[in-house]
Structure formats: structure tokens, C-alpha cells
Design a protein around this ligand. Structure first.
Ligand SMILES: [Zn+2]
Ligand SMILES: [Zn+2]
Length: 231
């Protein structure tokens, strides 16, 4: 048995203590999680609030404005998340209609804190793009790369906390053509231009008129030995 989030081996409870592997537990939905990952797991409202505040602070530092009071955030179990896609750990739905904006971000219950931070920053990146009418053209998949840039920047602001450095390494090593390759392309562009010019460039291509968007876009973030899906 291996931890769903760090792939470390879990020692079954009946094995003697000197046998290799970490202690861990199994969630009701079947996920196995090692004790160190579980210590940071986001399961309750006050933990989710801490993740929210961290990401909100990062967005403020980056000059990204969102109608925070109109974003509805909640945790959901794996069965409900699987209706969106296999191994989904988060998704965003944004509906913009005339002056009204309703955003909903749903995240998987019980993820380790660093993955939760990365996921929330990514999803709120989609919300920001919708609210600001940012359109990635000609390849709309570049938006996934941009959202992962935000996920990575939010992880960087965790410093050495939790397993943020490992998550960052996994993002840069992700072989996925969208969530790995597009991320690295966007990251390079951001580094070349500098954050402020990069953000300004995105804001220069507004979509006119009213748009209605409802999407759940899949993002793959790899950790050695396992795959988790961020939407
Ligand atoms: Zn683990
Ligand atoms: Zn996405």
C-alpha cells in the first residue's frame, strides 16, 4: 500500500513496528494517506479558511482582484468529485451574466495542505480569468498553464512549509502536455516579461459583451509514482 499523495509505502497495522513503511490510514472513500500527509490534511472549515486566506493574500500580492465575497467554496468527497472526472481534486464553475457573477470552487476533502493551496490557487485563476474576461488565444489550453503558474507561486509563498518544495518540483517535472508543458511555457513567459508585464499582457485581450462560462477543466499534477487530477 502506498500513500495517495506522496507514494510512500504504508505499513499495514498488523505488521511489526520494525518492518519498513510509515503508518497511515484509509479514508472512507478508499484513499490511503500516510500519517505525515494526514497531519496537514484539509478536512474542516477552519483549515479550509487558512488555505483560502493564504491564497487570497498571494492574489493580493500579485495584484489579482476577484469578487471574493461572491466565491462559494466547499469540500466534497471523492465520490462526488468523480462525477466531474476521475481523480479530480478540484474544479471551478463561473457563471457571468450581465452584472452578476457566481463562482463556485469545489475541492476534494482531505488533501494535504500544499496540494490544497496549489489547487485553490489554480481554480481561483480560472475565476480571475472569467471575471476579467481574459481569453487565451489561439490556444485556450494556455489558461491551464497560467492557472498552474498561480498554483506554483502560491506554493512558493509557503516556503518550506508542508511539502511545498516537493509539489513545486513535481509541477516542473509533470510530463502532461497541458498541465506540465503549458505550465512551463507560461512560467518562462512570466519570467521573461516579469510578473507585472505578464499580467498586463493578459488583460490586454478582453472579450467584449456578456459571456457565460461554466467549465471544469482537467489539470494533472504528478507526484512520483502517482497521479492526481486538479481541475
Ligand atoms: Zn503521504
Ligand atoms: Zn484548470
Amino acid at each position: 500500500m502506498h500513500c495517495t499523495y506522496c507514494a510512500t509505502m504504508i505499513r499495514p497495522a498488523h505488521w511489526p513496528i520494525f518492518m519498513p513503511g510509515r503508518t497511515g490510514l484509509r479514508y472512507g472513500d478508499g484513499r490511503i494517506i500516510c500519517a505525515p500527509c494526514h497531519r496537514t490534511a484539509i478536512k474542516h472549515g477552519h483549515q479550509l479558511e487558512a488555505v483560502w486566506q493564504h491564497v487570497r493574500h498571494c492574489f493580493a500580492e500579485l495584484g489579482l482582484t476577484i469578487r471574493w465575497d461572491q466565491v462559494f467554496l466547499r469540500l466534497q468527497d471523492r465520490r462526488a468529485m468523480q462525477q466531474v472526472g476521475a481523480n479530480t481534486v478540484g474544479y471551478a464553475q463561473v457563471v457571468i451574466c450581465r452584472d452578476r457573477i457566481d463562482s463556485r470552487v469545489v475541492m476534494l476533502y482531505g488533501m494535504p495542505a500544499a496540494l490544497a493551496v496549489e489547487t485553490l490557487a489554480h481554480e481561483l485563476g480560472h475565476v480571475w480569468c472569467c471575471e476579467q474576461h481574459v481569453r487565451f488565444s489561439p490556444d485556450s489550453k494556455d489558461e491551464e498553464g497560467f492557472c498552474n503558474v498561480l498554483g506554483c507561486l502560491a506554493l512558493q509563498r509557503l516556503g518550506q512549509q508542508h511539502n511545498a518544495p516537493e509539489r513545486i518540483r513535481a509541477m516542473f517535472a509533470n510530463p502532461d502536455p497541458v498541465y506540465g508543458e503549458k505550465f512551463r511555457q507560461q512560467w518562462q513567459t512570466m519570467q521573461k516579461l516579469g510578473w507585472n508585464d505578464y499580467r498586463q499582457q493578459l488583460l490586454r485581450t478582453p472579450v467584449t459583451g456578456h459571456v457565460m462560462v461554466a467549465h471544469g477543466i482537467k489539470c494533472c499534477a504528478n507526484v512520483p509514482g502517482i497521479q492526481v487530477w486538479v481541475i
